[in-house]
Design a binder for this molecule. Structure first.
Ligand SMILES: *Cc1c(COP(=O)(O)O)cnc(C)c1O
Length: 435
């Protein structure tokens, strides 16, 4: 496969941007080679600067649940842009997207739009602190919540540890307010509340952790978090930036039927435009300025073009059977792979939820916390990723990233992708062994 134009473009971009990219994981650091530059997307496919076409499972890291360049979204964006791009004053489009969201979601009564997932989570935590008057937050090892300072933390080896910063430039004093807790471990949560009685503002979790592999939690554990937060006067934040509108219109809260105190959305809610959102009960949201004293603002928040893209997207997702169909195509696709994996005795597994899947290396059994991820994952992923790319299948370039299936991934396209994957797995098995 010729990738010479992408290589040239990467040389140029490396002069302008650290690592040649504007977000680190795009740089192909954990896989061989250099990134392909994408020139266009259409349905389930993207095309690179050399004209190579790929079946895309990255989906811009999740937002594109309707596939690339969906006509309804494009038309809505163009129609909104006809009237100007931004006003910094209220617009009808904000009301329309909010109405669709709130009227079809049992878990939030009021929302605030922002421009990214990071911003949504950062604001949700400020809200939890403002509402409770407490400073500490509990976060789980293996959950990603964007790049706000107090959330860029890694834990030591204990059940509960003070966060130590996992990024240069983050003062230790900031992350001292972040308690990092082992996920899928009730004792760890209880201990954190015991050690820091009346100091914890909130527990934040990805109810479907999908940024460090796919670490599916049990409903019962999520309910325990809700009950424990409540018993201790703390709030529960569901970070649904990935899972929101992905596993159902009401996200993971709806799937598990658990009422979080604050929910964050991002990715899909903007239909490919930069939108984030946080929401809660009217009572909790009344703390936000100008009603309350928790300050949060944004020059481009609720941008009318972005709102229109979100509305066009959600109008389709709300239709009967949308999520059922997504899940069925995903399960059928994964089953083809699983059959091949088991009949060959490959040491691979593919957890799924809704239209999210994760191809990983390891023994049988559930993977519910990062310690259960096989240390060899990177090596096998690299071997699989490079071969797939050369045969026209694009995954997110890291073994810890999940794959996304969109409405544009028809059963035929998925069958094609599965047959390429099977070819690649057999090659990798021949080269470095998968048993
Ligand atoms: C992607 C993501 C974020 C960050 O969103 P950005 O739009 O990249 O800032 C936060 N939380 C979760 C769970 C995410 O998946």
């Amino acid at each position: 496969m010729n990738k010479s134009k992408s290589s040239e473009l990467y040389k140029t971009s490396s002069k302008y941007f650290p690592g040649g990219v504007n977000s680190p994981v795009r740089a192909f650091k954990s896989v061989d080679g250099t990134p392909v530059f994408i020139t266009k997307g259409n349905g389930a496919f993207v095309t690179d600067a050399d004209g190579n076409e790929y079946i895309d499972f990255c989906a811009s890291w999740g937002p594109l649940i309707l596939g690339h360049n969906n006509k309804k979204i494009k038309d809505a964006v163009v129609a909104a842009a006809e009237h100007g791009l931004s006003f910094g004053a209220p617009t009808i489009q904000e009301n329309e997207l909010a109405e669709l969201l709130i009227n079809n979601n049992r878990f939030v009564e009021k929302i605030r739009f922002v421009s990214s997932g990071t911003e949504a989570v950062m604001s949700a935590i400020r809200l939890a602190r403002g509402y409770t008057g407490r400073d500490k937050i509990i976060k789980f090892e293996g959950c990603y919540h964007g790049h706000a300072d107090h959330l860029l933390v890694k834990a030591g080896s204990g059940l509960v540890t003070f966060g130590s910063s996992s990024s240069a430039g983050v003062p230790e004093s900031f992350v001292n307010e972040t308690l990092v807790v082992t996920i899928n471990n009730k004792e760890a949560v209880l201990k954190a509340f015991e050690d820091y009685k009346d100091q914890v503002a909130c527990i934040i979790i990805e109810p479907i952790p999908a940024n460090n592999g796919l670490l599916l939690q049990d409903k019962e554990y999520l309910q325990f978090l809700k009950d424990t937060a409540k018993a201790n006067g703390a709030l529960l934040i569901f970070d649904e930036v990935i899972s929101g509108f992905r596993v159902g219109f009401e996200g993971a809260a709806g799937l598990y039927n658990i009422q979080p105190d604050i929910v964050t959305y991002g990715k899909i809610i903007g239909g490919g435009m930069p939108v984030g959102c946080y929401g809660a009960s009217a009572e909790i949201m009344s703390c936000i300025a100008p009603d309350g004293d928790v300050y949060q603002a944004g020059t481009l928040s609720g941008n009318p073009v972005a709102m229109s893209a979100g509305k066009a997207t959600l109008d389709i997702l709300i239709q009967d059977g949308f999520y059922k169909d997504q899940e069925k195509r995903t399960l059928d696709f994964v089953q083809i792979l699983k059959d091949h994996i088991s009949s060959n005795g490959y040491k691979l597994k593919i957890p799924t939820v809704g239209s999210i899947f994760w191809i990983t290396y390891g023994e049988e059994g559930k993977i519910q916390n990062p310690d259960q991820i096989d240390a060899e994952v990177g090596k096998y992923f690299k071997a699989i990723f490079g071969r797939l790319l050369n045969k026209g299948v694009y995954l997110g370039p890291s073994g810890y990233e999940v794959g996304f299936i969109s409405a544009a991934h028809t059963p035929e396209i998925l069958k094609k992708a599965a047959s390429i994957l099977i070819e690649v797995l057999d090659e990798v098995n021949n080269d470095i062994g998968l048993k």
